[in-house]
Design a protein around this ligand. Structure first.
Ligand SMILES: Nc1ncnc2c1ncn2[C@@H]1O[C@H](COP(=O)(O)OP(=O)(O)O)[C@@H](O)[C@H]1O
Ligand SMILES: [Mg+2]
Length: 252
């Protein structure tokens, strides 16, 4: 199995608490991996560490570019990775299409005074069409709803054609129909590009349906890491101990 990402006994401390506690995780390439866990389990911390946005206190994060403590490996990993954040991380004063184009900023010199190339605008428009936001291309994102902003964030990630797509609750402000459409869109893009997606999801049924691999976190530890086909009711009840039995039965 070739790995997209490996965590080798990784601890992440914030303040005086270990939020991730010596976790080891393997995520294969070319899969959709769902990260599951209750609120406060450490999912966002896991994603931020994986993006190199939070320092690791102990252990190593390994990608195909090397371990992320090496600056060159971290730079290559960032170049090939696209992220969708829970708070969208968009630039409010810019339009939707301008925000999506920024996904391609790494292909351009920051000092280039010329207008964005036509191909970049076309790629941004195509990504907006995929998330059903093309009619809002010239609207400032400050004026869009939470769900619309989230779709612009997804388009900005997809336009990069990333090797690794990492998203923290990318569907949290979307209705169930759009959630399913966009999850399928991410799946299709991952397959087309031979890429890997790591998605924090709070919809258990969606995770079970759409993922190939699951990482289940609880209290900063890994309770499950493996193929979705091997994920059992018992794994689910360990990760979500308070879920009533009928919900567990429906989810599996
Ligand atoms: N900046 C921080 N400083 C100290 N503790 C934090 C900080 N951010 C998050 N935490 C704590 O880390 C734990 C995990 O948080 P988080 O990774 O956001 O969980 P999740 O995304 O699963 O809800 C929580 O107990 C949270 O209170
Ligand atoms: Mg979170």
């Amino acid at each position: 199995m070739s790995l997209a990402v490996g965590f080798d006994r990784v601890t992440v401390r914030r303040g005086d608490t270990d939020i991730l506690r010596g976790i080891s995780v393997s995520i294969p390439r070319r899969c959709v991996c769902a990260v599951l866990g209750r609120s406060g389990a450490g999912k966002t911390t896991f994603i931020k560490a994986l993006l190199g946005l939070l320092p690791v206190t102990a252990g190593h994060i390994i990608t195909k570019h090397g371990t992320l403590d090496e600056p060159r490996a971290l730079a290559a990993h960032r170049h090939k990775t696209a992220a969708v954040f829970q708070d969208h991380a968009l630039i409010d004063r810019l339009t939707a299409i301008e925000n999506v184009q920024l996904g391609l900023a790494h292909l351009r010199s920051p000092w280039d005074p010329t207008p964005w190339p036509f191909e970049f605008r076309m790629a941004a428009a195509a990504a907006l069409r995929e998330v059903e936001m093309l009619p809002f291309a010239h609207q400032r994102v400050a004026r869009l709803s939470g769900g619309q902003r989230q779709r612009v964030g997804i388009a900005r990630a997809l336009v990069r054609e990333p090797e690794l797509l990492v998203a923290d609750e990318p569907f949290s402000s979307l209705d169930p129909i759009l959630t399913r459409t966009l999850c399928q869109l991410i799946r299709d893009n991952v397959t087309r590009l031979g890429a890997t997606a790591i998605l924090v999801l709070h919809q258990i049924d969606l995770a079970l349906e759409m993922s190939d691999w699951i990482v289940g976190l609880s209290d900063g530890q890994v309770l499950f890491c493996g193929p979705t086909s091997e994920f059992l009711t018992s794994s689910l009840s360990n990760i979500f101990p308070s879920l009533p039995r009928p919900v567990l039965a429906r989810a599996i």
